[in-house]
Write a protein that binds this ligand. Sequence first.
Ligand code: NAP
Length: 522
Amino acid sequence: MEALKSYLAGQWVSGEGKGQTLYDPSTEEALATTSTEGLDFGGARAYGASKGGAALRAMTFAQRGEMLLALSRAIHSKRDELIESGMKNAGNTRSDAKFDVDGASGTLAAYGELGKSLGDATFFSDGEPISLGRSSRVSGQHVLVPRRGVAVHVNAFNFPAWGLAEKAACAWLAGMPVISKPATATAMLTVRMTEALVASGALPEGALQMIAGPSGDLIDRLGPQDVLAFTGAGSTGAMLRSKKNVIDHAVRVNVEADSLNAAILGSDVERGSDTWLLFITDVARDITQKAGQKCTAIRRVFVPKAMLEAACEDLVERLYGCVVGSPFAEGVTVGPLATAAQLRDVRAGLDRFVQAGAKVLTGGSAAVQGKGAPEGKGYFVAPTVLLAEDAHRINIVHEHEVFGPATTVLPYESNDECVQLVARAGGGLVSTVYTDDRAVSAEVALGIAAYHGRVCVANSRMGSGWLGPGTVLPQLLHGGPGRAGGGEELGGHRGMLLYMQRTALQGFGPLIEGAVAGSKRL
Ligand code: NAP
């Protein structure tokens, strides 16, 4: 069986001992092992900060952009192999694995183009010079310069390719080296992708290190110039951001956590209209794509009370054609969950919803025999729609994320009530209002905006530019307040700011002007 290696200080290395086993979630067969025990994480941190940081800071934005474009091409050239790896180790259908792998190369390419457009500068000036006296002799100018430490990226199991790329693209373009740590259970694809990135020759020494497993004492070693960007469960994020050294050194932390994203059917939308069909299509896609293991997936579906029965009927009908099973079996549209622990959590979550009063309209927590999977094996869950007729009293719907192929439909009677119900999740990544009506869009979209990092307003007139709310785009913010972790990623140049220090230069105007001459003004 393959023993996966980590890439630290420019070498492929293995830890001591037996380590952990990675599985094929369709068959429960062991695929590989990995150990990071005894690896020198302190050395990796120092190596990244000194070698990688210096090399990246010496490059212009345009050169970093060219590097990102080369890395994007490197992933694309290994696309089939990477997709295969996602199908095997993460249980992704081919189309789900493409979503992850193409998302990785696409995000690197988008940041590559951004880098080229920023030109020969190496840092930003933020706003115009500010005159601080009667003449321009004393002035102030804010600048954004790359931090001098390492960016440690801790990622969730559901996007082993995109997770590395979306965070690294921002850090590299800002001028910071990266140590990326995928979730152990699905690390195989990240290892394959790192091999491709390293082999491309496009990365300066020290710009990328990758830990294929637990990160040992790395987080405890982070210091004041380092950045920790985490994606995963809210409880893990809370634990990492409250570590003593993270607090003592004010290590900059970004957390992307859980979310109970909503889809809201506007009160103006009629059954069978194109906007109605778009709404049903988007909700069904988010239940089934990646077996619902997307942080952006629609977990709560708000429908005007008068339309409740019709919406439930159409949604359930749309899911009839789904085939759950191994991604390698003909016709399968929904793969397994990634791990045995996820299967246990999702089933337990669904049971809790039902105990709290939700009705199962289709699917549920019962065991499923996946197509093409050995008898009784695999971590499969049927696409599930629940109905919570009392949207106010079934609290768990607004509190607990079932990270699988499931959503809950809830009725509302007025826009105000809908906004209040959406807000009960305590902050989220993305919610969508489906409407053709300007008043509904203004009231609901702006009403829920303060609770989200992204709000979509969708109808049938958008055409092919609409990818659904579940696709995270490099141009727009990803993150959200409260439950979602309070973080911000991507959003074009905004995603770079996590890795840069904003500093006010103050003093003799002509000297400051000279110091910022090589910057790109934001
Ligand atoms: P998780 O258990 O919190 O794990 C996330 C990452 O944290 C993994 O790489 C894990 O490594 C690592 N980790 C755990 N304990 C650690 C420690 N003590 N020190 C350093 N690293 C540690 O979450 P998950 O089960 O992978 O992901 C599911 C959750 O992530 C869901 O709740 C989902 O909503 C959320 N999510 C959010 C987003 C977003 O962008 N907001 C995206 C995807 C997923 P090991 O695997 O080695 O334990």
